[in-house]
Ligand binder design. Sequence first.
Ligand SMILES: NC(=O)c1ccc[n+]([C@@H]2O[C@H](COP(=O)([O-])OP(=O)(O)OC[C@H]3O[C@@H](n4cnc5c(N)ncnc54)[C@H](O)[C@@H]3O)[C@@H](O)[C@H]2O)c1
Ligand SMILES: Cc1ncc(C=O)c(C(=O)O)c1O
Length: 310
Amino acid sequence: MLKVAVIGLGTMGPGMVARMARGGFEVRAFDTSDAAIDRARVMLPQIGAVLDQLSITPLASGEGAISFHRDLAEAVAGVDLVIENVPERIEVKEEVLRAISPLVAGDCVIASDTSGIPITKLQAFVVNPRRFVGMHWSNPPHIIPMIEVIPGAATAAEVVSFISETIKGLGLIPVLVKKDVPGFVENRVLYALLRECVDLVDQGVIDADALDTCVSWGIGYKLSVIGPMALLDMAGLDIYQSVSGYLNADLCNAATVSDAITSRTAAGRLGMKTGGGIYDYTPERIKELGAERARKLVATRRVLEGRDTP
Ligand SMILES: NC(=O)c1ccc[n+]([C@@H]2O[C@H](COP(=O)([O-])OP(=O)(O)OC[C@H]3O[C@@H](n4cnc5c(N)ncnc54)[C@H](O)[C@@H]3O)[C@@H](O)[C@H]2O)c1
Ligand SMILES: Cc1ncc(C=O)c(C(=O)O)c1O
């Protein structure tokens, strides 16, 4: 049974821990914050119920054990894989990777769930860069089945195979990113979309809620069935040629973050986690939305996988 340590139990950690335990792995869950550990403990049964709805059942050998740790050396002792999952700030990742690296065995793989810091940069912070790789999960990690695998300049081919096979072994879908570009692929695409969306709302072209309806029921719904490259063929390359010929030059190409976002983050309006961001949320609404989104994502995934016929 594979032994894995997850370092950081914020938005992403609990779902990753639960998903890997369901796949039979022994999972050590570490955070420096007691509140994060307490929250993760509360969330595990709720996440387990969602995994049940997805028909992700434990192996015949049973669900892997989960243990919680406040001592890093204890958390990573003897594990095969450590997944760094701390905030997206390179100085925090440097400190954590420099702390983890000397504590693990020579054959242990260290992976980072960074949203897009190049893996080659992070490799500089570990003792054995050959055994360091990007493993980028998508939120919510217990529901979204795709994980990007990103080798850095020094990553050994066998480590890329190990991570890809580990992901497949969980019944998930590894996607290899061949060049270590910032944001990898998922977030380059997402952030191109988000930049345009924020700009359209900033310019008063559309209200935030109408934009959400337009994107979710238009391209969002369609793209879950037809990928962008297949969509080009469905629309016709001549159409893309004509439209992109006049539209590309008009799209937002701002290199900085929109003032409307920067003023909100400066004021502590970070979204659901602070009760308000673009929209406002009560604690009851956050609970409702969490349940409703999980239910809809589960139902959609079951249909897309062919488990349920509509
Ligand atoms: N939120 C997303 O949608 C998402 C999706 C995919 C990947 N990611 C990436 O995953 C990583 C984690 O993101 P998140 O959204 O879960 O972050 P988060 O801020 O919600 O959680 C980070 C956790 O790390 C803990 N932490 C801080 N310093 C630590 C340390 N020194 N040692 C151990 N734990 C420490 C914090 O207490 C917190 O619980 C980031 O690199 C992020 O970019 C995020
Ligand atoms: C806004 C945003 N940024 C990063 C990520 C992942 O790295 C996500 C996501 O997984 O959903 C996201 O929504």
